[in-house]
Design a protein. Structure first.
Length: 385
């Protein structure tokens, strides 16, 4: 159950300009509560059910109703874990959605710079009580999370960093080179068809640090998945096959996430682009599409769940890892465990970047209108005056 006694909204304005409008929010608090529960577990606490309260955090200079973010206070543990705070950027996707409405209303032009502030107003007790009752009715029973206790420093010593990781909150991920090699071989064999699979492994807790790392041990190909040129669909047979593989392996592994390919080198074959244009094309770089994000948010919603994207570009395969960070899916780094039997150089890994990282509309196979270019200089929370 997630209880919130406030209504949240975004206030839009142009820099040094007038207020453009407001956007009432209907936030999905579950990613934030999941992250708060995982953060408490990483800090050495006991596993906490994802139940709690969402509380606004007042802007230190402007005061209420203006906010610098919000915090999640968890229930169900004794002693209670410390609150977990989240920044205004938790609502960045809502800000982009609001900008589209402003463009449609001709209050902004495509590409205009704008800023947004987060506000909260208290809602009536009747509405809060009704929301709490509804949340209780749809509560989900969860199984205890499988966590093993073992030191993490030996894993750090045996691995090399790949990509970039936000060290302030991102949890360590250890990924064997053999897993990347297997995935890449499947991608190359599939050609223009998307392929994918599930990532298995363990959550390893080091009480001495304290912290928890995700240790990937294997990838299981999604043999019964439906792969097309621009889409991969996991079927019920896919999940049944993966669960059977876990039982057969008898290693007490859990599903840590998923992986899939982007066969970019085949997407633009019918276009008369020069080699230089193709090299610069965003399709040739790693990105997480809106379909990818929707699947991850709905199926891989645990805070430790990962998503590996293997982009089959003109210059070969390169990899990008995504995962949850403070309730938002972002590109992230990891620690690579080299394969001593593989003489090839380490795989190419993309650096970090916030989502969404989908290609521009003009490069996409199914174009979608992006009213405001998604860059910090264009769309950002407003600074206090």
């Amino acid at each position: 159950m997630i209880v919130c006694h406030h209504r949240f909204l975004l206030l839009f304005q142009q820099p040094e300009g007038p207020v453009l409008g407001q956007l009432p929010l209907a936030p999905n608090w579950e990613p934030a509560v999941e992250w708060a529960a995982f953060a408490a577990l990483r800090a050495g606490g006991r596993e906490t059910p994802p139940h709690g309260r969402v509380v606004p955090v007042a802007d230190p200079r402007l005061g209420l109703p203006y906010l610098s973010g919000f915090r999640v206070e968890l229930d169900g543990a004794d002693p209670a874990p410390p609150p977990c705070e989240f920044p205004v950027t938790y609502f960045a996707r809502d800000a982009r959605r609001g900008s589209a409405a402003l463009v449609a209303a001709k209050k902004l032009r495509d590409g205009d710079t704008f800023s947004y502030r987060l506000l909260a107003v208290e809602q009536p007790e009747e509405s809060s009580a009704q929301s709490a009752a509804l949340a209780f009715e749809v509560g989900e029973e969860t199984r205890p999370l499988a966590v093993t206790n073992a030191p993490l420093p030996p894993l750090f010593a045996a691995t090399m960093p790949m990509g970039e990781t936000d060290g302030s909150s991102a949890y360590p991920v250890f990924l064997p080179q053999a897993v990347l090699t297997e995935a890449q071989a499947l991608v190359e064999a599939a050609g223009a068809r998307e392929v994918g699979g599930l990532l298995l492994g363990h959550l390893q807790r080091d009480p001495a640090l304290p912290d928890i790392g995700a240790v990937v041990t294997a990838q299981i190909p999604a043999r019964h998945a439906v792969g097309e040129a621009e889409k991969l669909t996991f079927t019920p047979e896919t999940w049944a096959a993966v669960e059977a593989a876990i039982r057969l392996r008898r290693s007490r592994e859990i599903i840590l996430g998923w992986w899939h390919s982007h066969p970019a080198r085949f997407w633009c074959q019918d276009k008369a682009c020069s080699p230089a244009t193709r090299r610069a094309c965003s399709l040739q770089r790693g990105f997480f599409s809106s379909d990818d994000l929707s699947l991850h948010e709905n199926v891989f919603a645990k805070a430790f769940h990962l998503a590996l994207v293997v982009t089959y570009a003109d210059e070969g395969c390169h990899h990008a890892l995504y995962g949850w960070n403070q309730g938002v899916v972002q590109r992230r780094g990891f620690r690579l465990l080299p394969d001593p039997t593989d003489a090839r150089p380490p795989p190419t890994v993309a650096g970090s970047a916030p989502l969404p990282t989908s290609p521009p509309a003009e490069a996409a196979a199914a174009p979608t209108h992006t009213p405001i270019r998604e860059s910090p200089a264009t769309c950002q929370p407003a600074d206090p005056p």
